[in-house]
Design a protein around this ligand. Structure first.
Ligand code: GP9
Ligand code: MN
Length: 411
């Protein structure tokens, strides 16, 4: 493995951006309400099933003048699924190629966003109606600097208000409000939804749209549960407005990882009206929605920036006007034009504005066309950087390298 000084040098030269974005500090002192949206993929946004919109609320949010919607935003998770997406978001480091870093490296030193925010006077907390030891969160959250975790014990859960993995999302948001209203501002509050989880079970009375019709029950069931989540988030927005929290907050909604695996490619190709799901299509299906909603901002738009979960920490800190120059991380501020120009999936695939690299092939990003060897050369040039970046991130975790650095904060 590498030593920290060489990693630091690499990050300074290759990853860190020059200057600040125009949005630096635009949300200074505001609450951050972060919704980790279970298993939602971008292909449902703006799409229909049986002639009905799948996500009417989120579709309106895409168009909202206070929202930035990122249409080329990729999840970068592996086996640790939700916990990997949390790890990426809080640390701007990659999760591990195997297993869940939340389980295997929960005792490491990190320099996570909750800790940084805590040093800036923020109260930091997670809301999620599951057992606190699931994914080792009871160990990992305090280590990442979270002040408190409202786990399943904070909620009234019974047979009527739960399905599948537990408390239904509408109940989850509603029951969270009484806690949210007592938090000292400013706060960073992460809400992790649960209902839109494989195998996408939902009571008939909670289904606002019909299931799809294909050979995959998983895909068929997916649409009504995605719609249910869309409605839950809409209700939550209304509750935030009613409670007077909305104006003092920015609201971020991010998909955590895919919901429909490649086992369902046949049904997926039917739904998307394609002959087959190519390796290119498979990579494009790893896009998850990212909404950054800044009440009163008025300048929101749809962004095509090639981006991923690794970018969340630098982006949020920049919006809040927090300098973090000494830190070591692998993402970029989404609103700063000076970006490294590629996003890496955890299996080594990567995406640039021109290319998609997957299983030793390169495709034209826009057309999906497979490139021959000559045309692919410019694409293959990224491979070395990509592997270097992943292995540096892994070295930090395997070697617990941050225990050797004082990032200048008080502990
Ligand atoms: C578990 C929930 C779902 O608490 O976050 O985890 P997943 O199976 O999606 O990784
Ligand atoms: Mn998940």
């Amino acid at each position: 493995g590498s030593e920290l000084p060489s990693i630091d040098e690499y990050v300074n030269n290759e990853i860190k951006q020059n200057g600040k974005s125009d949005l630096f500090g635009i949300a200074e002192g505001k609450n951050v309400i972060f919704i980790s949206a279970e298993s939602i993929q971008s292909f449902v946004i703006g799409n229909t099933v049986n002639g009905q919109e799948v996500t009417p609320f989120l579709n309106r949010l895409v168009e909202d003048e206070d929202t930035y919607y990122f249409e080329n935003f990729y999840h970068q998770t592996e086996q640790g699924k939700t916990s990997d997406s949390e790890f990426l978001t809080e640390n701007s480091l990659y999760p591990l190629p195997r297993g869940a870093v939340f389980y295997t490296h929960a005792q490491n030193d990190y320099r996570a966003m909750p800790e940084i925010l805590g040093n800036e006077g923020y109260y930091t907390t997670v809301f999620h109606a599951n057992n606190d030891s699931f994914y080792n969160r009871d160990q990992m959250y305090p280590n990442l600097g979270f002040d408190y975790y409202y786990d399943q014990d904070a909620y009234e859960v019974n047979e009527n208000n739960s399905i599948g993995w537990g408390l239904k999302d509408k109940q989850f948001f509603e029951q969270s409000m009484k806690y949210l209203q007592t938090l000292e501002e400013p706060y960073y509050a992460k809400f992790i939804t649960l209902t839109n989880h494989f195998p996408f079970e939902l009571d008939v009375k909670d289904r606002s749209i019909d299931r799809y019709d294909s050979n995959s029950n998983t895909l068929n069931n997916y649409f009504p549960t995605v719609r249910y989540m869309d409605e839950s988030i809409e209700l939550f927005f209304n509750q935030l407005k009613d409670a007077g929290i909305y104006e003092d907050s920015i609201i971020i909604i991010m998909g955590d990882h895919y919901g429909i695996s490649s086992n369902h490619n046949k049904a997926m190709s039917q739904y998307l009206d394609k002959e087959e799901i190519t390796p290119y299509d498979h990579v494009q299906l790893q896009r998850v929605p990212l909404f950054i909603h800044i009440p009163g901002h008025g300048e929101g738009e749809v962004k095509s920036t090639i981006s991923g979960q690794i970018d969340m920490k630098p982006t949020i800190l920049s919006l809040l006007g927090i300098e973090n120059d000494e830190d070591i991380y692998f993402g970029n501020d989404l609103f700063n034009e000076d970006r490294k120009g590629y996003v890496i999936l955890r299996n080594g695939d990567y995406i640039t504005k021109d290319y998609i690299y997957t299983s030793d092939n390169c495709y034209n990003f826009t057309t999906g066309e497979l490139l021959d060897e000559t045309d692919a050369n410019a694409c293959f040039e990224f491979t070395e950087k990509v592997n270097q970046e992943l292995s540096y991130s892994d070295d930090i975790i395997y070697g617990d390298l941050f225990r050797f650095v004082d990032f200048g904060e008080e502990k």
